[in-house]
Design a protein around this ligand. Structure first.
Ligand code: AQP
Length: 328
Protein backbone atom coordinates (compact mmCIF):
# COMPACT_ATOMS: atom_id res chain seq x y z
CA UNK A 1 0.00 0.00 0.00
CA UNK A 2 1.25 3.48 -0.87
CA UNK A 3 2.21 5.46 2.20
CA UNK A 4 1.11 9.04 2.62
CA UNK A 5 3.46 11.83 3.64
CA UNK A 6 2.50 15.23 5.08
CA UNK A 7 4.66 18.16 6.06
CA UNK A 8 4.32 21.90 6.39
CA UNK A 9 6.13 25.10 7.22
CA UNK A 10 4.68 28.16 8.93
CA UNK A 11 4.25 31.35 6.92
CA UNK A 12 6.40 33.40 9.29
CA UNK A 13 9.02 34.57 6.77
CA UNK A 14 11.49 33.49 4.16
CA UNK A 15 12.76 29.95 4.58
CA UNK A 16 16.19 29.46 6.13
CA UNK A 17 18.81 26.72 5.98
CA UNK A 18 17.27 24.96 8.99
CA UNK A 19 13.93 24.68 7.19
CA UNK A 20 15.68 23.59 4.01
CA UNK A 21 17.99 20.98 5.50
CA UNK A 22 15.64 19.76 8.24
CA UNK A 23 12.36 19.68 6.31
CA UNK A 24 12.44 20.56 2.60
CA UNK A 25 15.24 18.10 1.76
CA UNK A 26 13.22 15.30 3.32
CA UNK A 27 10.13 16.42 1.42
CA UNK A 28 12.07 16.28 -1.85
CA UNK A 29 13.43 12.83 -1.13
CA UNK A 30 9.99 11.41 -0.42
CA UNK A 31 8.30 13.25 -3.29
CA UNK A 32 10.74 11.65 -5.69
CA UNK A 33 10.16 8.15 -4.31
CA UNK A 34 7.22 6.50 -6.13
CA UNK A 35 6.41 4.52 -2.97
CA UNK A 36 4.89 7.63 -1.39
CA UNK A 37 1.98 9.97 -2.00
CA UNK A 38 3.11 13.38 -0.78
CA UNK A 39 1.20 16.41 0.53
CA UNK A 40 3.00 19.62 1.48
CA UNK A 41 1.26 22.64 2.92
CA UNK A 42 2.00 26.13 4.09
CA UNK A 43 0.91 26.09 7.72
CA UNK A 44 -0.67 29.53 7.58
CA UNK A 45 -3.18 28.81 10.35
CA UNK A 46 -0.32 27.78 12.61
CA UNK A 47 1.20 31.19 11.87
CA UNK A 48 -1.49 32.95 13.91
CA UNK A 49 -0.53 31.03 17.07
CA UNK A 50 2.22 33.61 17.67
CA UNK A 51 2.04 37.39 17.10
CA UNK A 52 1.81 38.22 13.40
CA UNK A 53 1.27 41.05 10.97
CA UNK A 54 -1.68 40.68 8.59
CA UNK A 55 0.06 42.02 5.49
CA UNK A 56 3.18 39.97 6.19
CA UNK A 57 1.13 36.81 6.63
CA UNK A 58 -0.69 37.41 3.36
CA UNK A 59 2.66 37.88 1.59
CA UNK A 60 4.46 35.00 3.30
CA UNK A 61 1.83 32.40 2.46
CA UNK A 62 2.73 32.87 -1.17
CA UNK A 63 6.45 33.25 -0.49
CA UNK A 64 6.62 29.81 1.12
CA UNK A 65 4.75 28.21 -1.80
CA UNK A 66 7.27 29.90 -4.13
CA UNK A 67 10.17 28.67 -1.98
CA UNK A 68 8.75 25.13 -2.13
CA UNK A 69 8.47 25.21 -5.91
CA UNK A 70 11.91 26.77 -6.32
CA UNK A 71 13.46 24.07 -4.14
CA UNK A 72 11.96 21.37 -6.37
CA UNK A 73 8.56 20.48 -4.96
CA UNK A 74 6.59 19.54 -8.02
CA UNK A 75 2.79 19.91 -8.31
CA UNK A 76 2.74 16.98 -10.72
CA UNK A 77 4.13 14.74 -8.00
CA UNK A 78 2.92 16.38 -4.77
CA UNK A 79 -0.22 18.08 -3.55
CA UNK A 80 0.96 21.57 -2.58
CA UNK A 81 -1.56 23.73 -0.72
CA UNK A 82 -2.41 26.36 1.86
CA UNK A 83 -3.64 24.90 5.15
CA UNK A 84 -6.31 27.61 5.55
CA UNK A 85 -7.94 26.63 2.28
CA UNK A 86 -8.80 23.23 3.72
CA UNK A 87 -10.88 24.28 6.72
CA UNK A 88 -11.56 20.62 7.57
CA UNK A 89 -8.20 20.72 9.41
CA UNK A 90 -9.71 23.09 11.99
CA UNK A 91 -12.84 21.00 12.38
CA UNK A 92 -10.84 17.82 12.95
CA UNK A 93 -8.56 19.63 15.41
CA UNK A 94 -11.61 20.51 17.49
CA UNK A 95 -12.73 16.88 17.59
CA UNK A 96 -9.18 15.89 18.56
CA UNK A 97 -9.15 18.46 21.36
CA UNK A 98 -11.83 16.38 23.07
CA UNK A 99 -9.32 13.56 23.65
CA UNK A 100 -6.44 15.86 24.65
CA UNK A 101 -5.87 17.23 28.14
CA UNK A 102 -4.79 20.79 28.88
CA UNK A 103 -2.08 19.47 31.21
CA UNK A 104 -0.49 17.42 28.42
CA UNK A 105 -0.30 20.48 26.16
CA UNK A 106 1.05 22.76 28.90
CA UNK A 107 3.98 20.43 29.54
CA UNK A 108 5.32 20.46 26.00
CA UNK A 109 8.76 22.08 25.72
CA UNK A 110 7.79 23.81 22.46
CA UNK A 111 4.81 25.44 24.17
CA UNK A 112 6.91 26.59 27.12
CA UNK A 113 9.54 28.04 24.77
CA UNK A 114 6.99 30.04 22.80
CA UNK A 115 5.38 31.37 25.99
CA UNK A 116 8.82 32.51 27.12
CA UNK A 117 9.41 34.14 23.72
CA UNK A 118 5.98 35.86 23.66
CA UNK A 119 4.88 36.21 27.32
CA UNK A 120 1.90 38.43 26.46
CA UNK A 121 0.57 35.95 23.93
CA UNK A 122 -0.19 32.78 25.88
CA UNK A 123 -3.32 31.96 23.89
CA UNK A 124 -5.62 28.99 23.38
CA UNK A 125 -4.39 28.87 19.78
CA UNK A 126 -0.80 28.44 20.96
CA UNK A 127 -1.81 25.72 23.41
CA UNK A 128 -3.70 24.01 20.60
CA UNK A 129 -0.80 24.11 18.13
CA UNK A 130 0.06 20.38 18.48
CA UNK A 131 -3.60 19.35 18.22
CA UNK A 132 -3.92 21.22 14.94
CA UNK A 133 -0.68 19.61 13.78
CA UNK A 134 -2.12 16.19 14.62
CA UNK A 135 -5.18 17.07 12.51
CA UNK A 136 -2.93 18.23 9.63
CA UNK A 137 -1.26 14.84 9.54
CA UNK A 138 -4.07 12.48 10.43
CA UNK A 139 -6.65 14.08 8.16
CA UNK A 140 -4.62 12.55 5.30
CA UNK A 141 -3.86 9.40 7.32
CA UNK A 142 -0.19 10.19 6.69
CA UNK A 143 2.27 7.86 8.34
CA UNK A 144 5.52 9.64 7.51
CA UNK A 145 6.34 13.25 8.37
CA UNK A 146 9.55 14.92 7.15
CA UNK A 147 10.25 17.56 9.83
CA UNK A 148 13.18 18.63 12.00
CA UNK A 149 13.91 17.00 15.36
CA UNK A 150 12.33 19.96 17.21
CA UNK A 151 8.94 18.65 16.05
CA UNK A 152 9.35 15.22 17.69
CA UNK A 153 7.28 16.10 20.81
CA UNK A 154 4.42 17.14 18.53
CA UNK A 155 4.60 13.85 16.67
CA UNK A 156 4.38 12.04 19.97
CA UNK A 157 1.16 13.96 20.66
CA UNK A 158 -0.12 13.02 17.19
CA UNK A 159 0.47 9.34 17.91
CA UNK A 160 -1.31 9.62 21.27
CA UNK A 161 -4.30 11.29 19.64
CA UNK A 162 -4.41 8.63 16.90
CA UNK A 163 -4.37 5.87 19.55
CA UNK A 164 -7.08 7.52 21.65
CA UNK A 165 -9.34 8.17 18.66
CA UNK A 166 -8.89 4.59 17.44
CA UNK A 167 -9.62 3.16 20.89
CA UNK A 168 -12.57 5.37 21.74
CA UNK A 169 -14.22 5.73 18.35
CA UNK A 170 -12.89 2.91 16.19
CA UNK A 171 -11.19 5.15 13.65
CA UNK A 172 -8.22 3.82 11.67
CA UNK A 173 -5.61 6.53 12.07
CA UNK A 174 -1.97 5.47 11.61
CA UNK A 175 0.67 6.35 14.23
CA UNK A 176 2.95 8.57 12.15
CA UNK A 177 6.71 8.72 12.51
CA UNK A 178 9.23 11.39 11.63
CA UNK A 179 11.31 11.10 8.49
CA UNK A 180 14.71 12.41 9.57
CA UNK A 181 17.22 14.10 7.28
CA UNK A 182 20.94 14.53 7.97
CA UNK A 183 20.18 18.17 8.81
CA UNK A 184 17.48 17.43 11.39
CA UNK A 185 18.88 20.06 13.78
CA UNK A 186 20.67 23.10 12.38
CA UNK A 187 22.08 25.21 15.18
CA UNK A 188 21.82 28.99 15.30
CA UNK A 189 24.61 31.10 13.82
CA UNK A 190 24.69 32.82 17.20
CA UNK A 191 25.92 29.59 18.75
CA UNK A 192 22.94 29.05 21.02
CA UNK A 193 19.73 27.20 20.24
CA UNK A 194 18.45 26.32 16.78
CA UNK A 195 18.44 28.34 13.60
CA UNK A 196 15.06 30.05 13.71
CA UNK A 197 13.15 32.58 11.61
CA UNK A 198 12.15 34.56 14.66
CA UNK A 199 15.66 34.93 16.08
CA UNK A 200 17.48 37.70 14.26
CA UNK A 201 21.09 36.83 13.45
CA UNK A 202 20.47 33.08 13.82
CA UNK A 203 19.82 32.18 10.21
CA UNK A 204 20.89 32.15 6.58
CA UNK A 205 17.93 32.51 4.23
CA UNK A 206 17.59 30.34 1.16
CA UNK A 207 17.41 33.60 -0.83
CA UNK A 208 20.62 35.14 0.56
CA UNK A 209 23.31 36.04 -1.98
CA UNK A 210 26.96 35.13 -1.56
CA UNK A 211 27.98 38.42 0.07
CA UNK A 212 25.14 38.22 2.59
CA UNK A 213 26.08 34.65 3.49
CA UNK A 214 29.72 35.69 3.92
CA UNK A 215 28.74 38.57 6.21
CA UNK A 216 26.44 36.35 8.28
CA UNK A 217 29.06 33.63 8.67
CA UNK A 218 31.75 36.17 9.54
CA UNK A 219 29.70 37.05 12.63
CA UNK A 220 29.54 33.48 13.99
CA UNK A 221 31.40 33.58 17.33
CA UNK A 222 34.45 31.31 17.47
CA UNK A 223 37.38 30.64 19.80
CA UNK A 224 41.01 31.44 19.00
CA UNK A 225 41.36 28.19 17.06
CA UNK A 226 44.66 27.52 18.77
CA UNK A 227 43.48 25.42 21.72
CA UNK A 228 43.05 22.16 19.82
CA UNK A 229 41.20 19.14 21.25
CA UNK A 230 37.76 17.82 20.43
CA UNK A 231 35.18 19.98 18.61
CA UNK A 232 32.99 21.74 21.21
CA UNK A 233 29.48 20.32 21.61
CA UNK A 234 27.86 23.77 21.69
CA UNK A 235 28.60 27.33 20.54
CA UNK A 236 29.49 28.98 17.26
CA UNK A 237 32.24 26.51 16.37
CA UNK A 238 29.74 23.70 16.64
CA UNK A 239 27.32 25.57 14.34
CA UNK A 240 30.04 26.01 11.72
CA UNK A 241 31.01 22.37 12.09
CA UNK A 242 27.44 21.13 11.55
CA UNK A 243 26.99 23.28 8.45
CA UNK A 244 30.37 22.29 7.03
CA UNK A 245 29.57 18.62 7.58
CA UNK A 246 26.34 18.95 5.62
CA UNK A 247 27.65 20.98 2.71
CA UNK A 248 31.06 19.28 2.35
CA UNK A 249 30.65 15.79 3.84
CA UNK A 250 33.63 14.37 2.00
CA UNK A 251 36.01 17.14 3.06
CA UNK A 252 34.98 18.17 6.52
CA UNK A 253 37.41 15.85 8.32
CA UNK A 254 40.35 17.21 6.41
CA UNK A 255 39.18 20.86 6.31
CA UNK A 256 37.61 21.12 9.76
CA UNK A 257 38.05 18.30 12.27
CA UNK A 258 41.79 17.73 11.89
CA UNK A 259 42.84 21.41 11.77
CA UNK A 260 40.62 22.11 14.80
CA UNK A 261 41.95 19.22 16.84
CA UNK A 262 45.53 20.24 16.18
CA UNK A 263 44.93 23.95 16.93
CA UNK A 264 45.60 25.03 13.36
CA UNK A 265 42.15 26.02 12.18
CA UNK A 266 41.85 29.33 10.29
CA UNK A 267 38.30 30.52 10.70
CA UNK A 268 38.27 33.30 8.14
CA UNK A 269 39.17 31.17 5.14
CA UNK A 270 37.01 28.33 6.43
CA UNK A 271 33.99 30.64 6.77
CA UNK A 272 34.55 32.00 3.26
CA UNK A 273 34.73 28.52 1.83
CA UNK A 274 31.61 27.49 3.73
CA UNK A 275 29.81 30.55 2.30
CA UNK A 276 30.82 29.53 -1.21
CA UNK A 277 29.70 25.91 -0.95
CA UNK A 278 26.45 26.94 0.72
CA UNK A 279 25.74 29.48 -2.01
CA UNK A 280 26.58 26.93 -4.70
CA UNK A 281 23.72 24.73 -3.48
CA UNK A 282 21.30 27.65 -3.12
CA UNK A 283 22.08 29.41 -6.42
CA UNK A 284 20.02 27.16 -8.76
CA UNK A 285 17.10 27.38 -6.31
CA UNK A 286 17.36 31.16 -6.30
CA UNK A 287 17.46 31.29 -10.10
CA UNK A 288 14.36 29.15 -10.34
CA UNK A 289 12.69 31.34 -7.72
CA UNK A 290 13.26 34.48 -9.81
CA UNK A 291 11.41 32.89 -12.73
CA UNK A 292 8.56 31.74 -10.49
CA UNK A 293 8.13 35.23 -9.03
CA UNK A 294 7.02 36.46 -12.46
CA UNK A 295 4.84 33.45 -13.25
CA UNK A 296 1.87 34.51 -11.15
CA UNK A 297 -0.68 32.39 -13.02
CA UNK A 298 1.34 29.21 -12.48
CA UNK A 299 1.68 29.76 -8.72
CA UNK A 300 -2.03 30.68 -8.46
CA UNK A 301 -2.92 27.47 -10.23
CA UNK A 302 -0.72 25.34 -7.97
CA UNK A 303 -2.48 26.84 -4.93
CA UNK A 304 -5.95 26.35 -6.41
CA UNK A 305 -5.47 22.78 -7.61
CA UNK A 306 -3.58 21.77 -4.45
CA UNK A 307 -6.48 22.90 -2.25
CA UNK A 308 -9.02 21.03 -4.36
CA UNK A 309 -7.06 17.77 -4.20
CA UNK A 310 -6.35 18.09 -0.48
CA UNK A 311 -9.97 18.92 0.31
CA UNK A 312 -11.21 15.75 -1.38
CA UNK A 313 -9.15 13.56 0.96
CA UNK A 314 -9.69 15.74 4.04
CA UNK A 315 -13.48 15.89 3.80
CA UNK A 316 -13.67 12.11 3.55
CA UNK A 317 -11.74 11.68 6.82
CA UNK A 318 -13.79 14.33 8.61
CA UNK A 319 -17.01 12.65 7.55
CA UNK A 320 -15.73 9.32 8.85
CA UNK A 321 -14.87 10.91 12.20
CA UNK A 322 -18.24 12.67 12.46
CA UNK A 323 -19.96 9.38 11.77
CA UNK A 324 -17.91 7.50 14.39
CA UNK A 325 -18.41 10.22 17.00
CA UNK A 326 -22.17 10.33 16.53
CA UNK A 327 -22.19 13.68 14.77
CA UNK A 328 -23.62 12.38 11.51
N1 AQP B 1 17.12 24.83 12.96
C1 AQP B 1 16.43 23.86 12.37
N2 AQP B 1 17.03 22.70 12.03
C2 AQP B 1 16.35 21.71 11.40
N3 AQP B 1 15.03 21.82 11.08
C3 AQP B 1 14.41 22.97 11.41
N4 AQP B 1 13.13 23.41 11.22
C4 AQP B 1 13.00 24.65 11.72
N5 AQP B 1 14.16 25.05 12.24
C5 AQP B 1 15.06 24.03 12.06
C6 AQP B 1 12.12 22.62 10.57
O1 AQP B 1 11.51 23.40 9.57
C7 AQP B 1 10.15 23.06 9.48
C8 AQP B 1 9.31 24.28 9.54
O2 AQP B 1 9.35 24.90 10.76
P1 AQP B 1 8.19 25.95 11.04
O3 AQP B 1 8.33 27.16 10.21
O4 AQP B 1 6.89 25.29 10.95
O5 AQP B 1 8.34 26.31 12.45
P2 AQP B 1 9.50 26.65 13.26
O6 AQP B 1 10.12 25.42 13.78
O7 AQP B 1 8.79 27.55 14.20
O8 AQP B 1 10.54 27.38 12.33
P3 AQP B 1 11.36 28.54 12.84
O9 AQP B 1 12.30 28.95 11.82
O10 AQP B 1 11.93 28.25 14.16
O11 AQP B 1 10.25 29.65 12.90
P4 AQP B 1 9.80 30.54 14.10
O12 AQP B 1 11.02 31.26 14.53
O13 AQP B 1 8.78 31.42 13.46
O14 AQP B 1 9.23 29.67 15.15
C9 AQP B 1 9.87 22.05 10.58
O15 AQP B 1 9.95 20.78 10.02
C10 AQP B 1 11.00 22.26 11.53
O16 AQP B 1 11.32 21.08 12.24
Amino acid sequence: MIKRVLSGIRATGRLHLGNYLGAVKGMLELQNDPGYETLFMVADIHTITTPFNIDELRKNRREVITDYLAAGLNPEKSIIFLQSEVSEHIELAFYFSSVTTIARMQHLPTYKDKVKQHPGHNTMALLNYPVLMAADILIYKASLVPVGIDQEPHLEVTREIARKMNQQYGTDFPEPVRFATKGEYIPSLKGEGKMSKSVEGSYINMTDDLDTIKIKLSKVPTDSGKEGGPIPKIGGVRSLYELYKLFAPEKFDEDFTKPYESGLIRYQSLKNHLAEITYKELKPIQEKRKKLETDIAFVDNVIKEGAEKARTIASKTVNEVRQKMGLL
